[in-house]
Structures are given as structure tokens and as C-alpha cells.
Design a protein. Structure first.
Lengths: 158, 158
């Protein structure tokens, strides 16, 4: 039953339960840019404090960020990405690449990242771990059982 | 000014303006599994028709999906991914991989995809286009101007 239609993408649905929120992603992006303190998240995003507190709580509760005492200032708390949080980086890169290609604003040049290992500017590409070749939608096969509804995806999220 | 802090991730923010919605992603995922008709999206997702209609309209308006007459049944409309939509596939793969790793449900084995070119099961990996090596958050450098707020990200989306 490994390829049953109704099971095919529960990982996507489960990921979306946590991640399908604009503020969650913008907080994560700040965290990848080494923002650590509540007031810096707040200033960089212009986010209301009740929303910021709520989203940080969700991220901590889901093990994506962790709270730490700031050793340089005992009164302050730092929010850091956990391994589970750092592992979201490919999703951020994928969003960035798609946005650069399809939603570009000529007045705002894209952010340039550098790959430390090869010292080249980074163009991220989704590849097949086995053969190393780039993968796009037309390169992938799947099996399904047409017509089987995926009851797990039913709900009222809007 | 290419690497100005305030510009660093506007592509991410712009992408999120369209994509930070659970239903949008679940519709896209269905579309990648070759679902084409309104009633099939509705049945597979258990989504309310007003929400489905709204999200399809957003996807068409943003050039991610297109409406086509169904040549096999003139009364029906097909919704298909455009090139811009197909190019979202790495984001779906990145969500799936993260969910498989961090949110796995032992009762539900992960969906297995196959890479047509090498005929191997597909483990997607984000790589550097230049050197071909896998890229994670610790492998990437960026430049910023600390303390510059990114006013473009301010708003009220919740």
C-alpha cells in the first residue's frame, strides 16, 4: 500500500499545517539571516507583537525554533533555529528562486547568495540524490489509485 | 546595492503573497498528480466549493494555472499548470522531503516518487548549480547591512 493515492502527500499536508502562514515564513527567513531577538524580528518585519508572539510560540512548540538565554545579556532571550528548523532551508531557497524567476521587480535586484564550498554565487537546483541531475515535474513518475479520496486532507482551515 | 539587507528576500515575500495558503498548496499538489477537473479537486480535497473557486481564480489570475476547454467533453473545463506553475515543483518536493523527515506518521508510509531519467526512487536534494554539491543553511554566505528595516515586508496579512 506504499503508493496509495490517499496517502500520497500526507507529508505535504502535514508540513502545510505548520508552515502555510506568511508570517511564519518571514520569521523563519529572518532567523536564517541570523536575527535572534524578539525586538529585531519585530523591527525588521513590522509585525504586530501579538502576532509575533503567537508565531514564535508555534515555532517553538513544533521544535522548529528554540528559546535560549542570551549569554551576553541575561535579561534577553534568543530564538534560534533547531536542526528541524535549519532543515527548512531548501524550502526557503525554492521560494526565493521561484520568486526571482517569476515575480521579479526590476527595481529590486535579487539577493545574491554564495556557496562557501565552491565560492561561487549560489543558484539552487533541486536534484536527484542518486544521479545528481536536476529534477523538474516532468521528470518524475508516481503511482496512484484514481478516485480514492484523501480524507486526511478534509478540514476547515479558512 | 545588490546585497542590501532591506532587499534581501523580497522574492520570498512576493512568493508568499500568493502561496502562503494551505488550500492553494493542496490544489497545486493535486494538479501535479494530474487532477484537472473542478469536481475531482473538490472530491480529493473535501474543500468547500466557494473556497475552491476562489483559490482557482487566484491561481489563474497569477498565471500559475490556466483554464482550457476539455476536448473530450465540451461542457467541462480543465485546469492545468502553466510553466510558471510547473516551476513550483521544487517547492512541493522540499515540503514533502521535510515532512517525511520531521513529521512522519509511522502508519502512513511516505509516497515514493521515481526519477524517470535514472529509474531510481527519487530523493530530492537542493544542490548548487555550479559545483553540484548539496546545499544546506550552513553552506551559504550572504551580506547584509544590519539594522536596516525592510519596510516592504510591513503589512497586515492576518
Amino acid at each position: 500500500m506504499k503508493k496509495k493515492f490517499g496517502h500520497r502527500s500526507c507529508s505535504v499536508a502535514r508540513s502545510l499545517d505548520i508552515l502555510s502562514d506568511r508570517w511564519i515564513f518571514l520569521i523563519l527567513r529572518e532567523a536564517f539571516f541570523k536575527v535572534r531577538h524578539y525586538d529585531h524580528f519585530q523591527a525588521n518585519l513590522g509585525i504586530a507583537t501579538n502576532i509575533l508572539s503567537n508565531r514564535l510560540k508555534i515555532l517553538v512548540k513544533n521544535g522548529i525554533m528554540k528559546r535560549e538565554n542570551d549569554l551576553e545579556d541575561g535579561r534577553r532571550i534568543k530564538y534560534r533555529l533547531t536542526e528541524k528548523g535549519l532543515d527548512l532551508y531548501p524550502i526557503i531557497l525554492a521560494f526565493m528562486k521561484w520568486g526571482d524567476r517569476w515575480l521579479s521587480d526590476e527595481d529590486v535586484p535579487p539577493l545574491i547568495l554564495y556557496h562557501k564550498a565552491c565560492r561561487h554565487s549560489l543558484t539552487p537546483v533541486m536534484c536527484c540524490e542518486h544521479c545528481g541531475e536536476p529534477v523538474n515535474a516532468r521528470d518524475v513518475m508516481f503511482e496512484d489509485i484514481p478516485g480514492t479520496p484523501c480524507s486526511e486532507f478534509r478540514g476547515h482551515h479558512t
